[in-house]
Design a protein around this ligand. Sequence first.
Ligand code: ZN
Ligand code: ZN
Ligand code: FE
Length: 759
Amino acid sequence: MESLARIKVRGVVQGVGFRPFVFRLATSFSLRGWVLNSPEGVIIEVEGEKKKIEEFYQALSRFSPPLSRIKGKRISFYPPRGYRSFFIRESERGGKKEVLISPDISLCKDCLKELFTPGDRRWFYPFLNCTNCGPRFTIIFDLPYDREKTTMREFKMCEECQFEYKSPLSRRYHAEPNSCPRCGPSLWLEDREGKKIGKDPIKEAQRFLKEGKILGVKGVGGYLLTCDAENEEVVQKLRKRKRREAKPLALMAENVEKVEKFCWVNQTERKLLETLARPIVLLRKKEPSPLAKGIAPGLNWLGVMLPSTPLHYLLLHSPHILAIVSTSGNLKGEPMIISDGEAKEKLFSLADFLLIHNRKIWLRCDDSVIKPRGKKIFFFRRARGYAPFPLELKFELKKMVGVGAELKNTLCFTRGKYAFVSPYIGDLENLRTFGDYKKIFEHFQKIFEIEPEGVAYDMHPDYLSTRFALEEPFFSSLPRIPVQHHKAHLASCTAENGLEEKVIGVVWDGTGYGEDGRIWGGEFFVGDLRDFKRVGFFLPLPLPGGDKAVEEPWRMGVSLLWKTLGRKIQGLKIPLLKEIPSSKVELIIKMMEKKINSPLTSSAGRLFDAVSAILGVCLFSSYEAQGASQLQSLAEKGKRGRLYPFRIKENKYLVVDTLPLLEGVVEDLERGERREEIALGFHKTLGKIILEVAKRLREREGINNVCLSGGVFQNTLLSGSTVFLLKKAGFRVYEHRLLSPNDENISLGQAVIGSFKLQ
Ligand code: ZN
Ligand code: ZN
Ligand code: FE
């Protein structure tokens, strides 16, 4: 019997080859009708045998294209209309927007093959793509996803490209960024005088890289700075120009075989390197290494990615290039540059040449960073290749905006079960980043058409994000909900894991504004998303000099030593006191004794700083969490590492006193124990502290779930051993899997708590 069905498909179904797929599928089932992109998703009408229609409906999900993700579909039947063929209708405009946008995706196997096939019309063409791959998020400025709504609208397709674009059986059928050397974007190399150089920009660029030059390269989400990773001199030059002392630099290599020359790569890591999202993967360094020493000083791991665009493939396609440094192109403290004008104005102070093309980048998107731990993977930064794909939660939320905190900030919009978390935006400390932040806010609001019912923000009065929530006219008529920083962390972890029941929350990070106006950062909570209660913390230590103590971990070292041993510390034979003149140490002690500019903090991050400084690992920090990262690297070289004693004082709160721990550390240092073992012992002891506190809370509250959140848990040595200990004691342990444990997850937590407050 003939019938007609109308099908609606929601999810990532535009710009991913969905319509041609529907066309092929419908034709193979001998169905007639049409398919259409609408702001609500893909709409299909098919006419034919009812049984065939039902099979077709099932097959839609089963065989959908690789980049698509179906989030829901519906079918309803009507009387037949007498269609004669199957065709693709022009996009429909207006209406509610329920489409999801695909992230930018590296090139697919078919395109990669064409890129290196002599005679192919796209042979060595740096901008080839198809419906299964290529840029999306960074070139789209509105929906529905059509060429006209992307930065590709400036290029008119040639006849051949048009033909592919219109042929339902072509891989480039409705590939919106489709182009070729005749009609698409072009590439050139430019010097500081604005002169275009050479006939073959790729060959020239490769030659300059080998000659030790620094190149700015326009990537998919912004400009990168690159140089030869084997050349120590140019790496140091790049560091000096970028004023980036010690922060690790990311690398790009052509393929896994090359990566294996300088890093260990297991199966999980190989798969991760090769995923089409192409994140930076943190891998263990091989020693000795052919690479420059200055790439990641003091760390056991390197951040490595494979090429994410045809342009990068071409650049790295040389037997003479093992790997290039690939770090974001920006002036210190500013966001990565995306416009060519700004690149020419600013990047020439850092780069010798720019490799430029004329496809515009609409939105900035940084590289994602992931670190595997065993077979599990953990985000350090979620951006290119993953954002703006929404997280799907287990429960419905109000339409909320979480504006985030300050460092490593993101924005989050919630709608129903979806949380749209922006890509990593960066440290909201200057107006340029703040400008980008507002642009992303407007963009998300527009493309996902979310009319928020409330806005949630951090309690810190001075954050730009707080001011945005309180002063932005857009929010003026909405309820504004302050959310404590560490509660937001915990809510984010809880929501990600779909937990509505009560949990024990361990939230350890660097800094967050506490409900008592103090600086928190080593906190224990119990409760659920309706209400988390702070039940424990680290014994607060003075932060001599406030923020200065964050930049100079040796101050925290002195703070912890003084708190434990008082004035006896002068004269101890420990690395910190060998490095820092005693007059300076004395000054800090006086400051703390007189309580001058020495606010107290319960931060776990600062405890890492202190121990790192005491061991002489990191006395001055030039990037966030340098002390902790280097301490972890040292600890990973340890073998035994004894457990140090600690006390848990129980009154109104559980207060973890680490002073016995420090006594043990000093004792070990004085009797000449290897620093690797002390660092490892410190890590082990922290895991034990979490276990002890969790056990006491379980006894008292009868809760068996433990959530771990906060930047400190980027430390995979700590998180790994903590999870092991907790599981052995019968706890269910939850970590972040979709977002980073650091402040990137704050915006989600705020939106979740805000939503529960409104309900
Ligand atoms: Zn492709
Ligand atoms: Zn063309
Ligand atoms: Fe935090």
